[in-house]
Ligand binder design. Structure first.
Ligand code: IPD
Ligand code: CA
Ligand code: CA
Length: 279
């Protein structure tokens, strides 16, 4: 699901990441992996409910992972805000510039429940001034842990990762995902030129995997019209620290709590060409 070793990882080198927030993220994700793996292996016994519609799913695993993260953050940083997809925490912080933790307990819950693809991840970021300062994503099935902090680089399982060197849209593998049916129509309308131009197109139903694939150089770009901050906060810094770029669809800066929608992530080299092709 993630390879990327052939494109620039520094095998054998440990991470240089030092911040206490980064350490909390790493420890939390490592501790959580066994629990999520065990529940995924026994997923027919996992309690599931539908939220907004029949395929918008919530499991007991989402709730437990988020609750554990809230507790871990509160123990270490009791004054920090916490934003998460579930349980009434899906809101913007009262102070959008303050210290804030942003979690998606399971990104790709539909994949988890259906066993459709073993593609789902646990995502936790530390944010200040609306910009992620540290972030980690764990893919429990493979055990891949991607982590980054501002200015410190991005790593997968302790090895430095870099985005691809792909420079042309004909070679580009583009990821897309959709929030709902309206989104699908809008993307095909607004992104028609882009969808026609790229060499390959993928839709995994797991934003964090599509984004981390850009960071490892396995894919080159990703577009989503309605992605929410918890879907991308951790992956944003992982992509940026791997040499990629994150923006709004018009190329403008990506701030988590600016109320705007639509995101573009790329390996940097392709970014301007993609902005150009998007209406
Ligand atoms: C969803 C996934 C999907 C994206 C949706 C998200 P969830 O997150 O990331 O790929 O298209 O917009 O809501 O519900 O699995 O956490
Ligand atoms: Ca999500
Ligand atoms: Ca989720």
């Amino acid at each position: 699901m993630l390879t990327g070793g052939h494109r620039g990882s520094d095998a054998g080198k440990g991470t240089q990441l030092k911040n206490v927030e980064t350490k909390l993220i790493e420890e939390f994700l490592v501790e959580t992996g066994d629990y999520v793996r065990e529940r995924y292996a026994a997923r027919e016994r996992v309690a599931v409910v539908a939220k907004a519609h029949a395929s918008d799913l919530l499991t007991e695993v989402d709730l437990t992972v988020q609750k554990r993260a809230v507790e871990a953050v509160a123990r270490a940083f009791p004054r920090d805000a916490f934003i998460g997809e579930e349980e009434g925490l899906a809101r913007f912080p009262a102070n959008p510039d303050g210290r804030c933790w942003v979690m998606d307990p399971i990104d790709g819950t539909y994949n988890f429940v259906r066993g459709l693809l073993p593609m789902f991840g646990v995502s936790l970021a530390f944010v200040e001034h609306g910009v992620p300062q540290a972030g980690g994503v764990l893919f429990p099935v493979t055990g891949d842990l991607l982590i980054a902090e501002r200015g410190g680089g991005a790593y997968r399982n302790g090895q430095r990762i870099r985005v691809s060197t792909v420079r042309t849209l004909e070679e580009c593998s583009l990821g897309v995902d959709f929030g709902d049916g309206g989104d699908r129509i809008s993307l095909f309308e607004r992104g028609a030129g882009l969808l026609r131009a790229v060499g390959q197109l993928r839709c995994l139903g797991c934003a964090v995997l599509s984004l981390c694939q850009i960071a490892t150089g396995d894919a080159d770009a990703y577009v989503h019209l309605t992605l929410t901050p918890w879907d991308y906060a951790a992956s944003q810094i992982i992509v940026e620290e791997a040499g990629g770029r994150a923006s709004r669809l018009d190329g403008g800066p990506l701030r988590l709590f600016d109320g705007k929608r639509g995101v573009l992530f790329s390996n940097s080299a392709l970014h301007d060409a993609i902005v150009e092709l998007f209406d």
